[in-house]
Ligand binder design. Sequence first.
Ligand code: 1GP
Length: 254
Amino acid sequence: MKLELGKVESYIHEKLEKEKLHFVLLDPDDVSPEMAGKISEEAERIGVDAIMIGGSTGAEGEVLDEVVKAIKESSSLPTILFPGSHGAVSKYADAIFFMSLLNSTNPFFITGSQALGAFTVKRYGVEPIPMAYLIIEPGETVGWVGDAKPIPRHKPKIAAAYALAGQYLGMRLVYLEAGSGAPQPVPPEMIAIVKRVIDVPLIVGGGIRTGEQARKAVEAGADIVVTGTAIDKARSIEEAKKKLEELNRGVKLR
Ligand code: 1GP
């Protein structure tokens, strides 16, 4: 049986042939639908490649739906759900990172929540993109909520072993996550070793606040850089726009 990649996953692969990608994460618990719409419009204009929607707490139901709808109305960027659990599926989104928190100590976050959400994803026709999700120290809220055993920052080989295991289990993306708002992003040395070992695209996020940090992640081997807090926390759309431009220049090595 030949595997047919969905629309969003094909878009990711096609774009990756030309450049590194920048995804912006919007947490419906932190941004209003109005602000989410405005940020997405600017993001598309600036050259961001996709909008991820999700968060560890409160990013469900109507709150989630309204944010996804506002993004769809204001931009044509792909919308990818980044769920905290099976409750975070919106029928308005294009795709979902169907992710397994491989270094959780709780099977609920490895396969349990996935089983509870699978029928909803099918019913809504949202494109699932299988992804290995790895929490790196400090892990922040998602590490705590997800019962993770965070991978020590100075142990890149552990991250590489988990990443390769994820690929061998059939996951088509690997995400190294320091946790939203982490004081330091994933160390470049860890990104480099993981990248050397795997063949699937590598996503890196958590604690990337400056163009320089984004650039370092890409230079180390990240294929896709995710930024959230730096933009979510902007006090005005002008401030968000400036930050988006800075981060995007870093990712695109401009
Ligand atoms: C969190 O990796 C993402 O899941 C983004 O992190 O909010 O720190 O940018 P930040």
